[in-house]
Ligand binder design. Structure first.
Ligand SMILES: *[C@@H]1O[C@H](CO)[C@@H](O)[C@H](O)[C@H]1NC(C)=O
Length: 121
């Protein structure tokens, strides 16, 4: 096997290994507002999604990195850290709820703490 083939194979194997063994958590945001909420997160490639009332969005995120997000509702927005390894630990899934009062965070989907309020955009 040529050196180049060898390198290509090594890169491919490393990539495949990374995909299979990526340590990730799930982050869920539930929309309890009777309007659409637009969620955008920037950290890993980034995404923008529209969450209808009473719907939720779940995404996977690598453990140990920090996920920065912004939610928008009508003329308001809230910036928040959806996953902070320092604060949230390494391994447990996270739950968020968007309410009229702001964004609420939970480790267990039972007890929720308010994290941020909406501010005018
Ligand atoms: C909001 O969440 C961030 C990151 O998860 C945390 O550092 C901060 O202390 C939280 N704020 C409140 C008021 O709970």
């Amino acid at each position: 096997m040529s050196n180049l083939n060898y390198v290509v194979m090594l890169v491919a194997l490393t990539f495949a290994y990374g995909l299979c063994n990526a340590d990730t958590i799930y982050i869920r945001l539930n929309n309890f507002i009777s309007d659409e909420v637009v969620l955008s997160c920037t950290s890993e490639g980034g995404f923008v999604t529209h969450i209808a009332p009473n719907y939720f969005f779940v995404w996977r995120f690598p453990i140990g990195k920090t996920e920065h997000c912004r939610a928008e509702w009508k003329g308001l927005h809230a910036s928040f850290i959806a996953y902070d390894p320092q604060y949230d630990g390494k391994g447990a899934d996270l739950f968020w709820i968007a309410k009229k009062e702001g964004l609420f965070h939970s480790f267990d989907d039972r007890s929720y703490d308010k994290n941020v309020s909406w501010v005018k955009s």
